[in-house]
Each structure stands twice: as C-alpha cells, then as structure tokens.
Design a protein around this ligand. Structure first.
Ligand SMILES: [Zn+2]
Length: 332
C-alpha cells in the first residue's frame, strides 16, 4: 500500500511538549497546493505506555473536543510517564463546520475505517490513524457524544470481543473512565468503525457518549475531563488512582434495541431520557404534518429496558433512530 499522504510536524519520539499539525495535502480552488492542517499535541516523558486521545471524530460532538483542547493546553511532560498523543478534532473539517461529517467530501470518519491512502480526504485521515497512530499506542480513548441529532445518558463503552483478555482490559479501561454508566454495546455498523481497527490491533479501546444535542454542559465537559485523566491514571501515565464514582453496568445487546421510525413528522416523547420502560409502554408518538384528523403513530417498547438515548430534534423522518434501550448487564 502507498505511504500516507499525511505528514506530521511533530516527532512522536521526542521528549517534551509539541503542538503541531497533521498535514494532509488538499488541492482546491482557493489553494492549488494547500493542505488540511489537523491540530495534534504530543507529550512525552521517557519510556512508558502511550495513550492516543481523540475527539471530534464527529464534528458536532463537543465534550471530547473541549476536554482535549484544554488537556493539550495544560499537560506538561513532567506530569507524565510515557507518551500522550492528543488529536482533539480527528475530522477537522467537520469540527470547523460544526457538523457530523466533512463538508468537503461528506465523509463520516467513523464509517470510513480502515481508510485508504488514495481515497477521499476522510478516508485518508482514517488510514493515517489505522497505519501510523494506532500502532504507536497501547490504549486509545475516543470521546464521542450524541451530536446534533441524539441525546444520550453519559456512558463509557466497550464491546464484546473474541479475545477475552483484550475484552477484559477494555472493560477495565471503560470502568476506569468513571462515567455514571458503563456499557457493552452492539454497534449498528461495526466493520467501518475506528473502534474495530484499534481492537483488531490488540490495543485497549474505550469509547464514550456524553450527552449530545449539538452542545455541551458544565457537567458533561467536567465528566469528559475527569474521565480522560482517569484513563491516563489507569494506564499508569498520570500518577494516582482513577477518581471514579459508582457506575451502572448496562448492555445494548443487539440492533433490536435501536428503535427506528417508520413515519415522518413530529416526534412527541412520552418518557424521559433515563426512564425505565416495560415492554409495551408507550415511548413516543409521531404526528403527521401532512394533514389533520390522522391518529399519530405510536411506538411502544419492544422489551424492558432503560431509555439510554433519544433523538434530540422533534422533526423526524423515516429511518431515524428515536430511542435506544439498554438492559442491565448480566454480571457473568
Ligand atoms: Zn460520534
């Protein structure tokens, strides 16, 4: 495979703090020989483990971007043992645009892995992570939130993996993050995720969802900042023990726990985010915006569960996920 077109202005093997860029050539109307400039910070202090910390995989998920910009600004080499690589905005064009996907090629970075060095700009970013950055790390933490269209109870997440030792280490990492909820997730499109690339290289992978709605709150940013530091302590990169409160262990077992609308119109929730629901309980109605005198479509819980996520905007189209249900994790 050809080398990545991306070059880093930082040296991953040099001690100290470096703020620089991943430069990805981007030839366009306003800059014939221009580059995308993706900010990156590398902090290194001798031999030790490497953590790869990322936000902005989706450009409208702000807790990770905010927490990692702040961490990059304050972390000193003498604070750590080993190395921390921080990319607060993986899909930088999307983050600049405040959108989930890149405005340049419409690429959804977290559906573009493992990527390609000769593909779209988004695929080229994915490829650089797959072949250059993930191999440098022992542990990767990718901080997501719901973005403009989802609101999620705050959780750290991992997956069921065939490699049971890796699965255990990933779960320990997710627990160390210290969110109020810790999830085992079945993903809707696992094959093209960053998560899958990291896990396939045998590295510990931790993901999060920390609210959403295209904004952040003091609480959600504080949780992101605390969680990132907890993971660095768990990895032995920062001194001390993780400061984690109690967590609730939950699971999203399969695609049936993601409820999608078969109607377009106006969404009216009957339950709140975080509410427990029993099978048969009304979750939401979808009202027609086409005519009066039509009964709304009613959506009921197919199983018992907890409303871990909901659609944020009230306008809804066919196929939109409007509710996500989680169940208590079987401790075995
Ligand atoms: Zn995301």
């Amino acid at each position: 495979m050809p080398d990545s077109p991306i070059t880093a202005t930082v040296d991953y093997h040099r001690d100290g703090v470096q703020h620089g860029f991943l430069k990805l050539p981007h030839s366009h109307d306003d800059s014939a020989w221009g580059s995308l400039m993706i900010p990156i910070t590398v902090v290194r202090n001798g031999e030790g483990p490497t953590a790869l910390l990322t936000g902005g995989n989706h450009g409208d998920e702000y807790e990770g971007i905010t927490a990692l910009l702040k961490l990059a600004g304050r972390l000193r080499a003498e604070d750590i043992t080993g190395r921390v690589i921080i990319v607060p905005m993986m899909n930088h064009p999307a983050a600049l645009n405040g959108t989930r996907t890149s405005p340049i090629d419409k690429g959804n970075l977290n559906r573009a892995f493992p990527g390609s060095p000769t593909g779209t700009l988004t695929q080229r970013i994915a490829d650089y992570f797959t072949r250059y950055l993930v191999p440098l790390c022992d542990l990767a933490l990718d901080v997501h939130s719901g973005g403009r269209t989802l609101d999620l109870l705050p959780f750290a997440a991992t997956h069921r993996l065939e490699d049971e030792d890796l699965a255990r280490r990933c779960l320990e990492g997710a627990l160390a993050f210290g969110a109020p909820n810790t999830l085992l997730m079945a993903e809707l499109e696992g094959a093209a995720l960053y998560d899958t690339v990291v896990e396939a290289q045998g590295k510990v992978f931790i993901s999060t969802e920390l609210r959403g709605g295209g904004t952040s709150t003091p609480e959600s940013v504080a949780l992101a900042e605390q969680g990132v530091e907890n993971v660095l302590r768990h990895a032995g990169i920062l001194a001390g023990e993780p400061q984690a409160g109690p967590t609730r262990m939950l699971e999203i077992p399969d695609a049936a726990h993601y409820l999608q609308s078969e109607h377009a119109g106006l969404l009216e929730f009957a339950v709140h985010l975080g509410d427990p629901v029993r099978a048969g309980d009304l979750i939401a109605r979808v009202h027609s915006l086409e005519r009066t005198g039509v009964a709304p479509a009613e959506y009921r819980a197919p199983v018992d569960g907890l409303l871990i996520g909901r659609r944020h905007p009230a306008r809804i189209s066919l196929g939109d996920t409007f509710a996500v249900l989680a169940v208590p994790l079987d401790a075995s």
